[in-house]
Design a protein around this ligand. Structure first.
Ligand code: ZN
Length: 233
């Protein structure tokens, strides 16, 4: 029965088609390198932000120190102008000392910030290099995936065409039975009989039924699992 051969071939096509569709779904999902690249991007962005904030803080401190320096300068001019009285001189002297103390404190803080900035700058550069590398790897993966996708899609189109040809040659009731079995039997609707057993559920087939199957002139199903039994000549 040529129909059985056709049906078996159709099933082979359908299984290959399913495998290719699964492959396509995998190709369409983002590669692991995309996740890594996105992690590297946020790492870099957070370092960069931290570095920018630190630079702003340094700038503020520098301005503060500059402003103190100006005050010191002004005070010193006043102090040495000889115009002030004793009380005023003493006040100014005290103020000068306080300012100098404050300036020293500020400069110490600034020094610490500058050291921190130096480290952070290196870390930011490193994060950028890692990001560039991760993005390069991701892009290479995406190019590869696009190529694979094209190939698999072409294969699927070809298989679908071949499927259409087989379907056209099969009676619709047999096709309906096949489709129903395919859904319930995880794609395996037609099974080969091997060593007198059903290729699906492995049950032993009775001799009389076996000889009917071997005649290949009617559709015979397994009494246990319901699959169509196929004897390959
Ligand atoms: Zn069976």
């Amino acid at each position: 029965m040529e129909e059985l051969d056709l049906l078996f071939q159709l099933q082979c096509l359908d299984l290959t088609l399913e495998a290719n569709e699964k492959k396509l779904r995998e190709i369409n999902s983002p590669p692991p390198s995309a996740k890594i690249a996105s992690e590297k991007l946020s790492e870099f962005q957070s370092k960069e932000k931290e570095f920018k904030e630190l630079k702003r803080e340094i700038k503020d401190r520098e301005l503060e120190i500059e402003s103190i320096s100006q005050k010191v300068k002004k005070l010193k001019t006043e102090l040495y102008s000889g115009k002030s009285g004793v009380k005023e001189l003493m006040d100014k002297q005290a103020e000068l000392e306080a300012l100098a103390k404050n300036q020293k404190k500020m400069e110490d803080i600034l020094l610490e910030l500058l050291e921190k900035a130096e480290v952070l700058e290196i870390e930011t550069q490193k994060a950028k290099q890692e990001l560039d590398l991760a993005e390069k790897e991701r892009d290479a993966d995406l190019i590869l995936k696009a190529k694979e996708k094209e190939e698999v899609e072409r294969e699927i189109e070809k298989l679908k065409g071949e499927r259409e040809e087989k379907v056209r040659l099969l009676p619709s009731d047999l096709l309906n039975t096949y489709e129903r079995l395919r859904r319930t039997m995880m794609g395996k609707a037609v099974v080969e009989v091997k060593k007198d057993k059903c290729g699906g559920c492995q049950i032993q087939i009775a001799n009389r039924k076996l000889s009917e199957i071997k005649k290949r002139n009617s559709i015979i199903t397994c009494e246990n699992c319901g699959r169509i039994l196929y004897w390959k000549e």
